[in-house]
Ligand binder design. Structure first.
Ligand code: URA
Length: 441
């Protein structure tokens, strides 16, 4: 078999056989197929797509390219969650404790941020002493004892995806439904949970900018997971405005803690209740409405916050910052961004908001960049708010005065302020499961 013939087939929109897909993934991981040939194949897939069968075979080959984690040492139904990535998305830190407080089991491997999106592992590492790289047996032990543990992805989880994702990032081939679906689902299948909730983001801060594309991506991933024997649900959630008010590692952890204390922003609280309710439903705890009430009670009673403290302590973190968020290290400098006109905030280019936080040191420019955990943005005004000229839009936090000018100009550009009151979009647009698609808008 020759890779050049497979590229030629896909270029002509022909269907690759199971053996050809396996050959391509194996050969690429073993470095027998060079990046330039794989780049050509990825571009051909971007233009000509893949059938559902091709996508499922490619996902399986990518998942099996490394360790398939066996979570059977953990008792009960293990439930995972994956977000397709966004700005201000700190939901894992809220929902994993809620689910654990209601008796669910969350053994989760999360990623780091790249580009304009943040990653849970970076956020957790803003808690002093917090370990995110933990030996497998200890990880299982923590979940058995506390109901939850969130760690970084281990080196050999879906290595095919690791290589392919890095190549896609530099060959303009990220934005393809078969490539995103196989990338996400290969990692989720390898991570071993019985049930998986997908949070598919849609809008200006997401990889999928339109609702139709987001629903299509969700349907493909749900079908792949169900075919592999996992219970799947996907929620299509809004990423046309940052989630919550905080962007940046420790600022987001503080907001997650406030949400667990019952004092979080409305949008974040509402999305977290829906996500946790669906995870509990997938864990066999009842219908979604019953599970939502359980989630509310877990917050109101303080049990969910207690679970976050348990996890932080089990992973070596200093829980005093969770008990008193004033103890988090603060950025030495702050800067206020003010509106230059009167009007309603009608849109926020969410990708640009993420890029403004990266300009403050809160995100990575390259995979190797260090993150400033205390840097970031607190948004004071979001879509729907009325502002007068001179009103505070956001406060920027950084360690170097020179960073403010660029971040301010990116953020001001991200805000659209107009005379007309905007129509507010729902936070959750649709729910996709094997039963079908329920649309909420
Ligand atoms: N997240 C992933 O893990 N992979 C993609 O391709 C896009 C988002």
């Amino acid at each position: 078999m020759r890779m050049v013939d497979l590229i030629s087939k896909k270029k002509s929109s022909e269907i690759l056989t199971d053996e050809e897909i396996q050959f391509m993934i194996d050969g690429y991981v073993k470095e027998e197929i060079p990046d330039y040939q794989m780049s050509a194949m990825l571009m051909a897939i971007c233009f000509n797509g893949m059938t559902d069968h091709e996508m499922a075979v490619m996902t399986g080959a990518m998942a099996h390219s490394g360790d398939m984690v066996d979570l059977s040492a953990i008792e009960g139904i293990k439930v995972d969650k994956h977000s397709t990535g966004g700005v201000g998305d700190k939901t894992t830190l809220v929902i994993a404790p809620i689910v654990a407080a209601c008796g669910g089991k969350v053994a989760k491997m999360s990623g780091r941020g790249l580009g304009h999106t943040g990653g849970t592992v970076d956020k957790m590492e803003s808690i002093p002493g917090m370990r995110t790289s933990i030996p497998r047996d200890e990880f299982f032990d923590i979940v058995n004892k506390t109901g939850l543990s969130v760690i970084g992805q281990s080196g050999n989880l879906a290595p095919a995806d690791k290589k392919l994702y890095a190549l896609r990032d530099v060959t303009a081939t990220v934005n393809s439904i078969p490539l995103i679906a196989s990338s996400i689902m290969s990692k989720k299948l390898a991570a071993g949970s019985d049930s998986i909730l997908l949070d598919v983001k849609t809008g200006s801060g997401a990889f999928m900018k339109t609702l139709d594309d987001s629903i299509l991506l969700a349907s493909k991933m749900v079908a792949i997971g169900e075919h592999e024997g996992r219970r799947m649900v996907a929620l299509i959630t809004d990423m046309d405005t940052p989630l919550g008010n905080a962007i940046g590692s420790s600022l987001e952890v503080i907001e997650a803690i406030q949400t667990l204390q019952g004092n979080g922003p409305e949008d974040l609280t509402s999305i977290c209740l829906s996500l946790s309710a669906n995870m509990l439903h997938l864990s066999g705890m009842g219908d979604v409405e019953t599970c939502k009430n359980m989630a509310r009670e877990a917050i109101a009673s303080g049990r969910a916050l207690g679970k976050l403290i348990d996890m932080v302590e089990a992973q070596g973190g200093d829980s005093s910052v969770v008990k008193d968020t004033n103890a988090f290290e603060k950025a030495p400098l702050s800067y206020e961004v003010r509106s230059d006109r009167d009007g309603y905030v009608t849109h926020m280019n969410t990708e640009r908001c993420g890029i403004a936080s990266v300009a403050l040191g809160a995100g990575r420019v390259t995979k190797e960049s260090a993150i400033d955990y205390s840097a970031g943005i607190i948004l004071d005004k979001k879509v729907g708010a009325f502002v007068n000229k001179g009103d505070l839009l956001a406060t920027l936090y950084a360690s170097d005065e020179k960073m403010f000018a660029e971040a301010e100009s990116i953020l001001l550009e991200a805000y659209t302020i107009s005379d007309e009151k905007p129509k507010m979009e729902p936070l959750i647009f649709a729910r996709v499961s094997k039963e079908g698609i329920e649309k909420y808008s």
